[in-house]
Design a protein. Structure first.
Lengths: 582, 285
């Protein structure tokens, strides 16, 4: 019997409450002190189509999904047919007994638990939509988990909808629980047991980014809805009155970034968010922010391209895009977190970098990180420092000539010029997208152009000196060295545990900043590594190309996946085994 | 008291001699002096084109951004610090062409700011191509056989899009324009001033004389600015007689009025160094 090592999956049509039910299950695991990681799969439509949520629950910290489903809740027959092969031996399917199912269609080692969803709903007088809860309750009985925890989560989930809805949902879940206990008293292979009282948050990467932004004092958020960044807009909008933030759903992404620039120019911490297509529209504004040295944070959540691509799936295909988008050279810091903690702390770091170096900063994520829930320890607010950068001092302002403009773009050693904002007496200047002199006057003078270009680009050098270098995880003299970035972190960590059991030593260098790129560190790792691989969710191996560009060194093997799905640790494990023994 | 000398920039405008933009700049400066607004409390946000250079020629805070996008920048500047007097400035290509989407949405929002459009019915800085307000049949570099489309009617568009102060003026009548800008700034809400601005280099049809022969003052003609339908009728007048002045004005809540987040103080003055997210984190347990 396996205890507290479970993968539970629910599937059904979009609009049937698949996600909501799955989240209730995941939250129930978390509140029992267990660790949870979930991954959703859904097509880009609202009603119909096939949706799943897969929830992994264990008693140790887990970092990604794994292959093998132990409990499958099928809200329709399609779910059974699509996912039957994912079930482990001894796994079980809970489904509607009204579905006609030929036993021969299912492997013999899989157990079937037909439950009369609709009859149960009718008996208790609940609404048909609540049949999910019957199935949820049945699965809780099957794995012998604490029903009271689930009832508590249902209560909190529906608390705004009133007692009747809470009661009906709870009753539906309890009826499913009772039905399974009564009709299938056999001993199921997989059990879940409460080990504590929880206390951890269940968060997506987008949730963590929003918390990071709010903690960092973000006062303005503008966006146009686009998967997988939309939930940032929803989160920020829901919190705008609680934390005094102006959140604007704009007419398009062009407006979104220009608004964020207007807010940054006015002196508030501003952020906008989008995915690849929207960032195409933002590219001109991105360059404007670079040119006029206005701090802005841009959350760029990747999904598979080109063009509309696969809107609700995941890819890391925009690494080179964000590094090169918009005309001309300007400092383009790009931060790429790999888990919820990094999403939180690096978002607030992005605000500090943006203000300290007066430049737009990108935080790059992908759908896998943006939308998957993971149990996460509460963030340490004491670790957050707010650095608003250099403002003109009172004496600098007093010394400023009243007839000319303030030297907002003064040439300085580190490239950063003291800032003024509207409202500051004697700080007056005009920010312009044209090349300009120290006062912001338009000029095409050769000497000024050279100096101004160098001033702006010096900021990137200054920033590079300040950023912490990536740290190698794992044994120094490993057989294989993995270099990767972003959300592959989770499955890589899981794969490393598997490889360790197989006696293959692996170490891992996670790139946290695509720009400025930690070239020296990566070069030295490449020099000392026995075998190197990249693990990337894209077609060409963009990170490997960047490494080649920045260090002149070639990564030995590119482990790539570009089908819109994130890596499973088993896939990385298999490939690394090949590399190690090859 | 704010004097003209306080807002004069050292550098002089580099527009073509005789350009209508000079009249607009003069009227804008006159209005600032008349309104007595401290220059550090003014932000002028412009787009690209000859009009885009306005912020460089007077001493207030300015942002000369990218083509067609002054309105979103200006909107957020105002929402971030509603103690500022915010102007957006652009041309007909900037606002009614590439920036048309923002134009309509800015009017719906009714953020308290003043949008001055230098409407010369031609593209000037790119040396004479058709603009969204070029008249049908006008021959330009990009329409050598004449413009096929009908022109955009910004006044009618503004009436239907929810702008709460809608006026037209003429760069050749600085006194009228200055008064219109003063009234627009005093108006609580989004103000549009579409300004006839002769382009002496590239538009040889819609010249100073052409306008002078046609324009008449709506206010002198006793137009009721509270009557939306009458405003729409006036917006359709074009040809031998063309109205200038205030077409429509109505008081309705501004976008800022609807934001409790900025009721006590502007966003920019709110402390951010000690935001406590403990309860927010609890919500996710």
């Amino acid at each position: 019997m396996e205890k507290n090592k479970l993968t539970w999956k629910i599937g059904g049509k979009a609009g049937e409450g698949v996600m909501a039910t799955g989240i209730i299950f995941a939250q129930s695991g978390s509140r029992g002190g267990l660790h949870v990681y979930d991954i959703n799969e859904y097509p880009s439509l609202i009603k119909g189509g096939h949706n799943t949520l897969q929830v992994r629950v264990e008693d140790r910290e887990i970092f990604s999904q794994v292959k093998g489903v132990n409990v499958l809740i099928a809200l329709n027959k399609e779910t059974i047919l699509m996912h039957r092969d994912e079930l482990t031996s001894g796994g079980g399917i809970i489904y509607d007994s009204a579905e006609v199912l030929d036993r021969k269609e299912i492997r013999e080692d899989i157990r079937l638990y037909p439950v009369p969803f609709n009859n149960i709903i009718k008996e208790i007088g609940a609404e048909t939509i609540m049949k999910n809860n019957v199935a949820l309750g049945a699965s809780i009985a099957l794995i012998d988990y604490d029903f009271d925890i689930v009832a508590g989560v249902i209560r909190d989930t529906f608390k705004r909808k009133g007692d009747r809805i809470i009661n009906d949902n709870t009753m539906a879940a309890k009826a499913g629980y009772d039905y399974l206990k009564k009709n299938f008293p056999d001993d199921f292979n997989y059990k879940l047991e409460k080990i504590g009282t929880g206390g951890r948050m269940m968060l997506t990467g987008n949730d963590a980014i929003c918390m990071g932004a709010i903690k960092a004092g973000c006062k303005f958020y503008s966006a146009y809805p686009m998967t997988p960044a939309s939930s940032i807009l929803h989160f920020m909008a829901a919190q705008e009155r609680r934390f005094n933030i102006v959140v604007k759903h704009t007419e398009d992404e062009i407006s979104a970034i220009n608004m964020a620039i207007g807010a940054g120019f006015a002196g508030v911490r501003a952020m906008c968010g989008t995915s690849g297509g929207g960032f195409c529209l933002m590219s001109e504004g991105y360059g404007l922010a670079g040119m006029i040295e206005v701090p802005v944070v841009i959350i760029m959540a990747m999904r598979p391209g080109p063009s509309t691509g696969m809107p609700t799936w995941s890819e890391q295909g925009d690494l080179k895009f964000v590094l090169n988008v918009s005309q001309g050279d300007f400092p383009r810091p790009v931060l790429i977190p790999g888990d919820n903690e990094e999403c939180f702390y690096m978002t607030q770091e992005a605000f500090n970098i943006a203000e300290k170096y007066q430049t737009p900063v990108i935080v790059l994520t992908d759908k896998n990180l943006a939308e998957s829930h993971k149990t996460t320890e509460k963030f340490d607010q004491r670790r957050i420092t707010i650095d608003r950068g250099v403002y003109a001092t009172a004496s600098e302002l007093a010394a400023s000539d009243e007839k000319t403009f303030f030297k907002r773009y003064k040439y300085t050693e580190n490239g950063v010029s003291p800032r003024t904002i509207p409202g500051m007496k004697k700080g007056i200047y005009t920010a312009t997208s044209d090349e300009h002199d120290e006062e912001g006057n338009i000029t095409e003078d050769t000497g000024n152009r050279t100096k101004m270009m160098e001033k702006r680009m010096r900021k990137l050098d200054s920033l590079a000196k300040e950023l912490k270098q990536p740290e190698m995880v794992g044994p120094r003299d490993a057989a294989v060295t993995i270099i990767a970035t972003g959300s592959t972190k989770g499955p890589i960590k899981e794969a490393m545990m598997m490889l360790e059991k197989d006696g293959v030593t692996v170490n891992y260098l996670q790139i946290l900043y695509l720009s400025p790129f930690p070239s020296e560190k990566v070069a030295s790792v490449m020099d000392s590594a026995r075998k190197t691989v990249v693990v990337e969710n894209n077609f060409t191996g963009q990170l490997a190309d960047i490494i080649r560009e920045k260090t002149g060194k070639s990564v030995g093997r590119r482990i790539l996946k570009y089908d819109g799905r994130p890596f499973y640790p088993e896939e990385i494990h298999r490939e690394i085994m090949e590399v190690a023994h090859g | 008291m704010v004097r003209m000398i306080d807002i004069n920039a050292i550098d002089k405008p580099n527009w073509c001699p005789g350009c209508g933009d000079f009249g607009i700049l003069l009227a804008l400066k006159g209005a600032i002096v008349e309104l007595n607004i401290e220059p550090e409390n003014i932000a002028i946000i412009s787009g690209i084109g000859c009009s885009g250079k306005v912020p460089h020629w007077l001493r207030t805070y300015g942002l000369h951004g990218i083509h067609g996008r002054p309105l979103p920048v200006a909107a957020a500047t105002r929402l971030s610090n509603h103690e500022l007097t915010v102007f957006a400035v652009g041309g007909d290509g900037d606002g009614y062409g590439i920036g048309m989407c923002h134009f309509i949405h800015a009017m719906r929002r009714n953020i308290d700011m003043t949008y001055i459009v230098h409407n010369n019915m031609i593209y000037g800085l790119t040396t004479g191509q058709t603009s969204p307000t070029s008249e049908k049949g006008m021959r330009t570099k990009s329409t050598p056989s004449g413009v096929i489309e009908v022109p955009v009617n910004p006044i009618a568009l503004a009436i239907s899009s929810g702008a709460t102060f809608i006026a037209r003026s003429f760069a050749g009548d600085v006194k009228h324009l200055q008064k219109t800008i003063v009234d627009a700034v005093k108006h609580r809400g989004f103000s549009l001033i579409d300004v006839f601005q002769p382009c002496v280099s590239f538009n040889h049809v819609n010249t100073y004389d052409w306008y002078k022969q046609r324009i008449y003052d709506l206010q002198a003609a006793g137009h009721n600015t509270g009557d939306k339908m009458a405003a729409f009728v006036k917006s359709q007048e074009w040809g031998e007689k063309i109205p200038i002045g205030v077409f429509y004005e109505v008081l309705s809540p501004t976008y800022e009025d609807e934001l409790p987040q900025i009721k006590e103080m502007p966003l920019v003055k709110q402390a951010i160094d000690n935001v406590d997210i403990s309860k927010l984190m609890d919500d996710f347990v």
